[in-house]
Design a protein around this ligand. Sequence first.
Ligand code: 4AD
Ligand code: MG
Length: 460
Amino acid sequence: MKRTKIFQLIDADAPLDRVLAKGWVRTRRDSKTFSFIELNDGSCLKNLQVIADESLDNYEEIKKITTGSAVAVTGRHVESKGGGQKWEVQADGIEIIHMAPETYPLQKKRHTDEFLRTIAHLRPRTNKYGAAFRIRAELAYAIHQFFRDRGFKYIHTPILTGSDCEGAGELFRVTAMDLTRVPTVDGKPDFDGDFFGREANLTVSGQLSAEMFALALGDVYTFGPTFRAENSNTRRHAAEFWMVEPEMAFCDLAGNMGLGEDLIRTVVRQIMDNCADDLELFAKFVDKKLMKTLQNTVDSDYVRLPYREAVAILLKSGKKFEFPVEFGKDLQSEHERFLTENHFRKPVILHDYPKTIKPFYMRVNDDNETVAAMDVLVPSIGEIIGGSQREERLDVLEARMAELSMETEPYWWYLDSRRYGSVPHSGFGLGFERLMMLVTGISNIRDVIPFPRTPRNIEF
Ligand code: 4AD
Ligand code: MG
């Protein structure tokens, strides 16, 4: 008999007759002549109620089944007489696949997020983390669908690279050298004998490669893991995180902002439509205002605000910030959150930042003081998207790199794209975990990624 997923049994319109279900026991309780098993296979939040009665051969064994045990149930799918569920399964056979000992850490009680991080290998078996990771899967699918519907091509950009896109120096080195015997020249490591014959690192962004493909295929995107050795132990930073990076040829900053707004709106709406049960759990137990936030995210028009005006608003606010606000200084999370949560109370797109706080590739504006950058800020998280129109003018780009004392030689191929058929183009990076935080209301990035990597933490 073919196994049926539990979500199909729970959502059925009519009885499915004799079925086979496999899963893990969440709880079991006995009445005089029955045992009630709450079975979950991870396919949905709800458990399947299974009724095993004393006529089963192995009833004595069944009465010993513990929480966390794995079983295979065959039986009839029938309307439930009890309240609480529409359907249940009257078992005519229960095979015990594996009996979990009493040491199983997930006994029926509430556990803290901190404790569950110490058992990240088991936490997807809880209601909350099961729901989070089902939503994560749906969200990834929604993103691919969004781009495919609009004719974007999915590009796989390298994870190992020789260039630093953001120039922020937060690179994880990659080497195959024996670290106890690193050769040096002039006191510096000599990478000549290393695997690639030069310095290599894990990518911080797929953008530079994506640009090359946008200038060939038009509209493209990447969606992959990125790595930053930022030593900031905050609830919004991870050392390994996933980024969605669209890049569009013949597109200016306004078009770029429009795409970012459309992307967030569309995928959030899709989760509201397709993950209602899982979302309800978060609205009940994690963030009481979640549904209001999501509705606001899909309904409101996102504010467009030049950085300069944002600084003026922050200075006029009279609010005491930990970090001072001043034109030319990067905004901190507290400033971003003030703008989006307190001042506008909806998503805000800041644009045209001072060039001094942005990377080399952003297009310099006519004022020669700002660049065509944009960040999308959302309530309770702050920055969720960072992007820009790219500098397509070779001479301006080279001047900018010189200003930043960058070596141009390693970027010869990047500069080539400005030599041959260069066009205005734009793109951005959406932090996938930050989007997960927005959608679920989960406030710590460690709890929206299966096995988080943060400073001093690479267990599992
Ligand atoms: O603003 P960022 O640094 O932009 C770039 O890397 C561009 N090259 C992207 C592009 O234009 N193609 O990062 C983009 C987004 C941020 O807005 C944030 O959501 C997320 O990536 N992000 C992080 N998420 C989790 N942990 C970190 N350490 C993150 N750093 C950035
Ligand atoms: Mg940024």
